[in-house]
Design a protein around this ligand. Structure first.
Ligand SMILES: [Zn+2]
Ligand SMILES: [Zn+2]
Length: 361
């Protein structure tokens, strides 16, 4: 076995127990491809699993490889795969549904009861050297799209699904609450979909600086717990009440603010990972005929995300602020957890090739 054939994997055994281990290289089934994983973006949900051993109703039941924002190079194809070949660079859509149920047939496959999603128990993730994945959930990257951008199609997909369900269109005035990676890709997507007025809020000024750089029309650094005062500031900055509020912080305060700020007949879109029960001014929403909607991951977004990146409509490279080889995964997760050095998206490189690792530094 050469160094290139190693299958080093980041396996989560329990709370704060992440181990680097060699795993056998998987055999692709007939409808799968074997992918040499290139890079993987650390997501808030990976950090949550590491720190809590669970997320929502998903609890770690046995050792699980982390990671779901991945891209790589096809090294082998299953017998029934004809649209991909070894050498193809691909982005991996992490959720593979049953393809048989009504939800799958109607295109809402993200809600399929039998979806297997990378790094959601009991399905292994892609923070590994070699990963076998359903070939129809791999998207070939054109030459002008890097593997890093391929990995970023995953968070971008969340934003596309949220903006679609929120009904963003030409001229929309949008409030985005929370300027973490998802809030930031939502700025990019809302803008690409025609929103002309985008205000984003956060508690951390450095995130708002980034939001401004990538196209937010205004930013609000939240300093006061007085929500009515904050709503006034929002309306004065946007010069109107937002038609659409996209809540990306997952906090009860954020959700309340979204409900209070949204214009009558508007939409509140819940995106952030929030506790199972929150106290919100529901009647306020009801009396304004504001629709509260949610999302669960995304469906039918990868082709759109890829076109957006390939055509240059959005530039997601800037959101990658830190890069680590897989060997330094503990350090990378520590940074993601503490937020030291203000990371936005941390990218892990799973291939041994140092050339790949340093070429985009
Ligand atoms: Zn993610
Ligand atoms: Zn299904």
């Amino acid at each position: 076995m050469t160094a290139e054939d190693r299958n080093l994997s980041a396996v989560l055994y329990g709370i704060d127990d992440l181990r680097l281990e060699e795993m056998p290289i998987p055999e692709p089934k007939e409808n799968e491809v074997l992918v040499r994983v290139h890079c993987m973006g650390i997501c808030g949900s990976d950090v949550h699993f590491l720190k809590h051993g669970r997320i929502g109703s998903y609890t770690l039941a046995g050792p699980m490889v982390l990671g779901h924002e991945a891209s790589g190079v096809v090294v082998r194809t299953g017998a029934a795969v004809s649209h991909l070949q070894p050498g193809d660079r691909v982005a991996l859509e992490p959720g593979v549904p049953c393809r048989q149920c009504t939800l799958c047939h109607t295109g809402r496959y993200n809600l399929c009861r039998d979806v297997r999603f990378c790094a959601c128990p009991p399905t292994h993730g892609a923070l590994t050297g070699f990963f076998a994945h359903a070939a129809d959930y791999c998207y070939k990257l054109p030459k002008n799209v890097s593997l890093e951008e391929g990995a970023m199609l995953e968070p971008l997909s969340v934003a596309i699904h949220a903006c679609r369900r929120a009904g963003i269109t030409l001229g929309s005035s949008v409030l985005i609450i929370g300027a973490g990676p998802i809030g930031l890709v939502t700025v990019l997507t809302a803008k690409a979909m025609g929103a002309t007025n985008i205000l984003i809020t956060d508690l951390l000024p450095h995130r708002l600086e980034m939001a401004k750089k990538i196209g937010a029309t205004s930013t609000l650094h939240i300093r006061s717990a007085d929500k009515q005062k904050t709503v006034k500031e929002i309306v004065s900055l946007l010069k109107c009440e937002p038609h659409i509020s996209i809540e990306c912080s997952g906090s009860e305060n954020g959700i309340c603010l979204a409900v209070l700020a949204t214009a009558p007949t508007g939409v509140v879109m819940l995106v952030g990972n929030s506790p199972p029960e929150v106290k919100v001014p529901l009647i306020e929403a009801s009396l304004k005929e504001v629709d509260i909607r949610g999302i669960f991951r995304y469906s039918n977004t990868y082709p759109t995300a890829l076109s957006m990146v390939a055509s240059g409509v959005v530039d997601i490279k800037h959101l990658i602020t830190h890069k680590y080889p897989l060997e330094k995964i503990a350090e990378a997760f520590e940074k993601a957890h503490t937020g030291e050095d203000n990371p936005i998206k941390i990218m892990i490189y799973c291939s041994d090739s140092n050339e790949n690792f340093t070429s985009h530094e």
